[in-house]
Design a protein around this ligand. Structure first.
Ligand code: GDP
Length: 498
């Protein structure tokens, strides 16, 4: 937990006399090579050199995914996991609804399908396809940002009467950057205004190597309304799955991802997509910093199932605390191991957050000082030039964002970042879940930021502390109202400078 300046310099690969000089610049006074730094201070210094802080703790206290299988080709095949993407109104929801209704699983049990984040369609041949049930790119991106490569392929939906549109291209970009293969579904071919050839040539013009142009991207003409071509689409998915040779171990400690997490009348539930191993009631699982013993598993028809093998998604009941969507699920051999792992992770998270917060606070202080310095210098040099500049470049208004759960923090960030014009731009200094605390207020005060609070109570003493420090808190639980106040705040703060 402690390190001497000399050793830290050596660890960072910086010559000692250079390192001492740089430490002085960072604000350490009369520092010598023999000074002893705490682990936390050392981490801060290491960050200055571009290192990410990691807190050393016992390795074997955590759970880790198993190493990849040595010989995957000997494993059984698992159902492919498919995500539907495309431009708004091109028919993603309609196609998903059609597929969901065609699911034999539901017909067998007579259950009513409900949205749990994914559903499986069983073909008459016994083969199965799992569809992620959240159309749109946000879900896909959120999962990817956390490193969850949940999907094996993307169905890119393009309306035959509208052709390639901005979100079509965006979906293509995401699929490409994550190296997920695509199948193009040209939808709405039942419409009179349908122009399949135009869609094909537009796609080709954007570098999609479709079959008709000699490439290997399959194109299927479908109608979510009449059902035309839907069997072909399913066959094409299975064909691509065969080529990708998607296999997984059905046994061993299970691994997967949380697709969704919510509160239902029956309690807290989370939909889990199993990637390896098989989950059963009574199993202990860890997700992020929470763990649970699985009470029961249910499929998308609300029917209780005994097990969830690889490539299937189930709703899991039994959570005391909800996991976050995008969290990795790992099975633990027993309750003790699950408890130790979550305690370890919680501690690690708190310590890492403390270090990060401290670093950000110091950075904010330095930014502010530099800004003031620059302002002073500019004012001294040429008052007219400064005026020009202030009407030229955009001003920034910075925000600290706190929200009740991960999903709402993300939504708030996205909303805030959408606001702004070429005169004033938002900047998010920090975002996190949880209530506003003292260091948030402190950080907002030193950096001149506003705090956004979403769907959390604000303790009275925090309100007082903020008002004393002149920190504004925008407190909302409706995104739309929040967006309005952010907009107002930004234009207000801008006003005196116009
Ligand atoms: P999303 O925004 O991509 O999820 O699109 P929707 O599934 O909500 O579809 C947008 C509109 O197109 C709705 O009014 C649908 O009824 C209509 N639509 C979707 N698929 C078809 C189709 O194959 N044929 C026709 N004629 N209309 C469709």
């Amino acid at each position: 937990e402690f390190i001497s300046v000399a050793n830290l310099g050596a660890a960072l690969g910086v010559r000692l006399n250079v390192f001492l000089g740089e430490l002085e610049e960072l604000g350490f006074e009369n520092i010598t090579k023999d000074n002893i730094l705490t682990g936390e201070t050392a981490a801060l210094v290491a960050q200055e050199y571009g290192f990410e802080p990691t807190v050393e703790m016992g390795e074997d206290e955590d759970l880790k995914p198993r190493p990849p299988p040595k010989d995957p080709s000997s494993l059984p095949l698992r159902p492919p996991v498919v995500t539907i993407m495309g431009h708004v109104d091109h028919g993603k929801t309609t196609l998903l609804d059609y597929l969901r209704k065609s699911s034999i699983v539901d017909q067998e049990h007579g259950g009513i399908t409900q949205h749990i984040g994914a559903f499986s369609v069983k073909m008459s041949t016994g083969k199965q396809i799992t569809f992620l049930d959240t159309p749109g790119h946000a879900a896909f991106l959120t999962m990817r940002q956390r490193g969850a490569d949940v999907t094996d392929m993307v169905i890119l939906v393009v309306a035959a009467d509208d052709s390639v549109k901005p979100q079509t291209l965006e979906a293509l970009k995401h699929a490409r950057s994550s190296k997920v293969p695509i199948i193009v579904a040209i939808n709405k071919v039942d419409k009179e205004s349908a122009n399949v050839n135009r869609v094909k040539s537009d796609l080709a013009a954007h570098g999609v190597e479709i079959e008709d142009y000699g490439g290997d991207v399959q194109v299927v003409c479908v109608s979510g309304k009449t059902g035309q071509g839907m069997d072909d689409l399913e066959e094409n998915i299975l064909l691509l799955a065969e080529m990708l040779d998607i296999r997984a171990e059905p046994d061993g400690m299970a691994e997967g991802w949380v697709l969704e997490s919510s509160i239902k009348p029956i309690g807290r539930v989370a939909t889990v997509l199993v990637k390896r191993g098989t989950l059963r009631a009574g199993d202990y699982i860890v997700a992020g910093t929470v763990h649970t013993k699985i009470r029961s598993l249910r499929n998308e028809a609300g029917v209780e199932v005994d097990e969830a093998p690889p490539g299937t998604a189930v709703e899991i009941l039994g959570w005391k605390d909800p996991p976050d969507a995008g969290d990795m699920i790992l099975q633990a051999p027993n309750e003790d191991k699950a408890k130790i792992a979550t305690r370890y992770r919680q501690e690690l998270k708190e310590r890492t957050e403390a270090i990060q917060q401290q670093t950000q606070m110091e950075q904010a202080k330095r930014d502010k000082a530099a800004e003031e310095e620059a302002e002073k210098a500019a004012a001294k040099k040429d008052p007219e030039a400064e005026e020009e500049e202030s009407t030229g470049g955009a001003k920034t208004v910075s925000f600290l964002i706190k929200g009740d759960v991960h999903g709402s923090v993300e939504a708030v960030c996205a909303t805030v970042l959408e606001i702004g014009n070429n005169e004033v731009q938002p900047r998010i200094l920090q975002s996190a879940t949880g209530q506003i605390n003292e260091s948030d207020v402190e950080m907002a005060a030193t950096s001149g930021s506003c705090i956004i609070n979403f769907n959390n109570p604000v303790p009275g003493y925090i309100k007082r502390m903020a008002s004393e420090a002149g920190v504004r808190i925008l407190d909302h639980n409706i995104i739309y109202h929040l967006a309005e106040e952010v907009r107002d705040t930004m234009s207000e703060l801008l006003a005196p400078n116009i």
